[in-house]
Design a protein around this ligand. Structure first.
Ligand code: ZN
Length: 103
């Protein structure tokens, strides 16, 4: 993967978040398009993009807006307040990604 490719998703999500304040439907459409693009391109979402998309309603999640974050039993609980979809993530240890570097 080229370094710039992950940026595309980040920017895409940022844009969807901006749009969200004006039109939720349009923001969801943007996220749906992003998912479609990912499927076709077979690129992986960066973690921070993957987490901030509601898998249930495709909303771009914005902390303090349509996203509530709680921590419980070593898990982070994300709640999409648009559709009440809950998902849990384990705390991530601060280990560096073990990426294979081909020299
Ligand atoms: Zn949702």
């Amino acid at each position: 993967m080229k370094p710039g490719e992950k940026e595309v998703f980040r920017e895409w999500l940022d844009e969807a978040r901006e749009v969200y304040s004006e039109s939720r439907d349009y923001a969801r459409k943007m996220v749906a398009e992003m998912l479609e693009f990912r499927r076709k391109s077979r690129l992986a979402f960066p973690a921070e993009v993957k987490r901030f998309i509601c898998k249930n309603c495709n909303s771009p999640l914005i902390p303090g807006r349509n996203l509530r974050i709680r921590t419980k039993n070593r898990h982070i609980i994300f709640l999409c307040t648009d559709c009440k979809h809950l998902f849990r993530l384990p705390y991530q240890k601060k280990t560096k990604k073990q990426e294979k570097v081909n020299k």
